[in-house]
Design a protein around this ligand. Sequence first.
Ligand SMILES: [Cu+2]
Length: 414
Amino acid sequence: MKPLSRLVPVMLIVLALFSASLPAALAAPAAQSGGPQTFTVLVGTEAGIQQLASGPAGAWQIMKYYPDTITVNEGDTIVWKINSTEFHTVSFLTPGQQAPAFIMPEGGNSQRLLFNPQVAFATPTANFDGTQYANSGLLQRNAPPNPTEFKLAFSKAGSYDYVCLVHVGMKGKVIVQPKGTAYPKTQAQIDADAKAQIAADQQMALGMKAQAAQAQATRPGPNGTTVHVVNMGYSANMVDYMQFVPNNLTIKAGDTVEWQANNGATPHTATFLSGAKEPDLIITEPQQSGPPKLVFNPQVLAPAGASTYGGTGYTNSGLINGKQDPTPGPKTYTLVFDKPGTYTYLCLLHDNMGMTGTITVQATTAGAAGATTAAPSTLPTTGGAPSTWPLAAAGAALALAGAYLRKRSRAERA
Ligand SMILES: [Cu+2]
């Protein structure tokens, strides 16, 4: 929430200077004087802030621009500032251009997936006239050297749509008026509107908590055991809940946990590190010329480990794409827990938004203990044949995690 907190004092000063004495309609023309103006748009917001080791982060990520439509004049500049833990882009496509994919197959005989540098890195566009591809790259907070803002000057009157190339449906518009035209809103009014919209959207997101928990259910498993369902987040109205639901679960030895894909299109993982280092999401491979290759770490993408977990070994669901993602691939991940203990796990994509959980396994009573032995062999597997998973994951470009660039920068330092 840094950019917002920076904004608020400025707004208060502006309001203190002008609002008390001037009606809003009179304040507007003041913005006309003094040549080109610079306006600010906030990118994303979040709610349900938690204090994490990496800093404060929202469990709810809201994929919108504030404001989503802004009117400026020729010669003016807009600065987009990241305002969420999730990363986003601000991307103006050329007329008729298809949005470049965020994640793409490497091609040839490779099974690897790459992050598209055309999406990940900023274009050097200085003066936008509607004919160029102008892209912010991935705007991300607290992840230098990745940018936290994107500046673009507008040289030609017109109406320009832009999108986030990571989150389908996240879009904005810039209306550029001829030089000298009166502005419909000052920055102070824009800020006030944005602040009100952000507050409303945060309330809307927090109000979705009950729905997010709704699909939880248990059902009988084999031999008197229980299958417990954990939802991998929740997605609606351009809002993503980056939590396991429930995030702390207590079961009996021999029980099964079934993680279910996000109800939207957002990919997640359920990953038990068992004390090992979290794998980087991205492997950076410098090239002779041009941008480095950004390889989607196969260790994150691919399922790993056995179907029973007892506290040891890297055990990973691999990428579980949301239910609305048409890409073939598993929509559930199941693990049987046979040893008492408390086991922590995380989503490799969204742990920086607090997407972590625990499974506490209690010993069964003496009478039921024998029942657990037959459980693993009779449970369904998750599918996701190793030969098909990398391409299956390609469609998951829709909503990748903020972990990406943080890890990329870590990889680059290494
Ligand atoms: Cu996740």
